[in-house]
Design a protein around this ligand. Structure first.
Ligand code: NAD
Length: 351
């Protein structure tokens, strides 16, 4: 049951990882405890220590409650023998990754423009699913796959968030060179843009991907929702994160859609890794995982707490209340306490 945008009993599957994961988890729990909703965390330990015992059933244990509840929060995991991210992507059939990137008040950048960008990336295919093979000794070849259904899901999702947030949508690829593969992607985007619910509602334009990168760096404001194939999304996400000042503050969601095109599982995570060099030292910056948690709350309709966390984080940054990686005086725990005070302030003001 939900009262005024706050869950009174919400189960959240969290996938524990390695390195700084435990410190991040403590920070998320401390913030969750300070919110008006009631969030019950169901923890599945995906740390390497547990994984190396050969427990294949661990992944089933991780996936089953996410199927049931439709949501998950994943902490960073070390890639050793296998990449847990790749295993989960397969098991949970993620086809789309959404990564919002915006200018963060108080964070120094080399760049004066303002960014408020939603990158929607086709999560599979392109050249990334095929490592390639040698053709004799003198050349190598790999297969580039563009799958109609996955592109349709990504386009539907991108148009739906453009509609919800009243934003324009840019699709971008190398459609003049990769005429068949990128051409199919752009044709699918055009088909979706002509659907009755979007037709005439959303400004849609195409950009060649190389031109898009230059335009983003010179004048990012016109770019609001950008829809791209897998590898372009990979490059674009890091470029845009760099423009707003840190690769380490990014959060994203991976999505699985059912046959009717509805999101059936959404897994939220930080884009950084396990930071083994600072693990256990109270130095980890929990901003990215907290932004991921805020996205999760917004996804389940707890919009008040979601916005209070996001605004509280931005308040901290703006006031120089940051962890050492951003030049501030705070450790993970004291940053979390500083944030909680601001989150409570925001919740109080919104009453
Ligand atoms: P990393 O992101 O863990 O660390 C790179 C640098 O950024 C380090 O100096 C680290 O201290 C710093 N850093 C990262 N996150 C930080 C945070 N929250 N607060 C403060 N500083 C932070 O990348 P890496 O060192 O290349 O990878 C370490 C491990 O993480 C590897 O095993 C890699 O496979 C894994 N990894 C996991 C994920 C994931 O689970 N989503 C993503 C990337 C890397």
């Amino acid at each position: 049951m939900k009262d005024g945008g706050v869950s009174d009993d919400q189960e959240i599957t969290e996938l524990l990882g390695d390195g700084i994961a435990e410190e991040l988890r403590k920070s998320v729990h401390a913030v969750a405890d300070a919110l008006p909703g009631n969030y019950r965390f169901n923890t599945v330990d995906l740390s390497y220590e547990t994984r190396k015992k050969g427990a294949r059933h661990l992944y089933d244990e991780a996936v089953a409650p996410m199927h049931r509840t439709g949501i998950g929060l994943k902490y960073p995991t070390a890639t050793v023998d296998e990449s847990p991210n790749a295993v989960l992507r397969k098991l949970l059939k993620f086809s789309v990754i959404h990564r919002p990137i915006s200018t963060i008040p108080g964070i120094k950048t080399n760049f004066t423009g303002k960014i408020d960008l939603d990158i929607v990336r086709v999560a599979t295919g392109g050249t990334y699913d095929d490592p390639g093979q040698m053709l004799g000794d003198y050349a190598a070849v790999s297969l580039r796959v563009v799958d109609r259904k996955t592109c349709e899901q990504a386009a539907q999702y991108a148009f739906s968030i453009a509609m919800r947030d009243r934003k324009s949508l840019t699709s971008s690829s190398k459609f003049t060179i990769q005429r068949v593969t990128d051409g199919l992607f752009e044709d699918i985007v055009d088909e979706v843009s002509r659907e009755v619910q979007y037709s005439g509602q959303i400004e849609h334009r195409r950009e060649l991907f190389d031109a898009l990168l230059a335009k983003l760096v010179m004048n990012p404001e016109p770019f609001q929702v950008v829809l791209v194939l897998n590898e372009y999304g990979d490059f674009l996400s890091d470029l845009a994160s760099g423009l707003v000042g840190s690769l380490g503050l990014g959060a994203s969601v991976s999505l699985w859609f059912d046959d009717k095109g509805r999101v059936s599982v959404a897994m939220f995570d930080a884009t950084h890794g396990t930071a083994p060099d600072i693990a256990g030292q109270d130095k980890a910056n929990p901003t990215a995982i907290l932004l991921a948690f805020s996205m999760l709350l917004a996804h389940i309709g707890d919009t008040g707490p979601a916005e209070a966390i996001r605004a509280g984080l931005f308040d901290c940054m703006d006031e120089g209340e940051t962890t050492g990686d951003l030049g501030g005086p705070r450790g993970t725990e004291s940053f979390t306490q500083a944030l909680i005070a601001r989150v409570q302030n925001r919740l109080e003001k919104s009453k």
